[in-house]
Design a protein around this ligand. Structure first.
Ligand code: PA5
Ligand code: MN
Length: 214
């Protein structure tokens, strides 16, 4: 079987080499180079992969218990995001890929979590695929109804249009998940900063419980 595959690959290379010598009026397309995804850790490697880090000091106003947040080391990394953006930001028709890694921990009784956002273009949807750890995808619809979906390695989550989303790490180890979203979706953090989600995922008697905001 592997012989067949290598014959096939060699064949494909031969075809490519032959066709590159053929006269052509169109310039060769500039395809983005592939990157690598580690399916155990979720880590992305390759040219152009970018990283951002969110520390506890970047998350002012996100957690219910602001005093508990302030008591933590302001430089502690809560999550980091790797992004592969082969299309320009805002371009219609492109796709972005990313991995988010959320540390385990609590601010008061609330799990470490992402800021959460709507897409700036609310008609845009997204996939999340869990690679490692345990978590919860918190979703809020246009009527401010909030629910959550448990995340564990292999769970694939569809975030429909018009749905605010954030992820909490409910486990004891790093939670990582892959994401794929349209390059013209954008991130609207402003409305979450202003209005928040209608419920928070809190640790109650050792388990995650969605508690309505008063
Ligand atoms: O595009 C997404 O939905 C993700 O890549 C998130 O941006 C990532 O999980 C970090 O969350 P947030 O953007 O809410 O800080
Ligand atoms: Mn998103």
């Amino acid at each position: 079987m592997y012989d067949e595959v290598s014959t096939f690959i060699e064949g494909a290379c031969t075809v490519m080499a032959t066709s590159s010598n053929a006269p052509s009026s169109a310039p060769a397309a500039e395809f983005a180079a592939p990157i690598n995804v580690n399916f155990q850790s979720g880590e992305l490697t390759g040219a152009g992969v970018k990283s951002l880090v969110r520390t506890i000091s970047d998350l002012t106003g996100i957690f219910r218990d602001e005093a508990a947040r302030r008591a933590l080391d302001p430089n502690a990394v809560i999550y980091r995001v790797q992004t592969h953006a082969p299309a320009p930001e805002g371009a219609a028709g492109g796709l972005f890929w990313g991995t988010t890694f959320i540390e385990p921990g609590l601010v008061g009784d609330e799990y470490f979590m992402t800021k959460g956002h709507h897409h700036a273009d609310r008609s845009r949807s997204e996939f999340y695929l869990t690679t490692a750890g345990l978590g919860a995808l918190i979703l809020m619809d246009e009527n401010r109804r909030t629910t959550f979906q448990p995340m564990r390695p292999g769970t694939l989550h569809y975030i429909p249009a018009h749905t605010a989303h954030r992820v909490a790490n409910t486990g004891e180890t790093v939670l990582s998940f892959l994401a794929c979203w349209p390059s013209d979706a954008g991130h609207d953090y402003e409305s979450i900063a202003r209005e928040g989600f209608s419920a928070r995922l809190r640790k109650v008697n050792g388990a995650p419980v969605l508690v309505e905001e008063k």
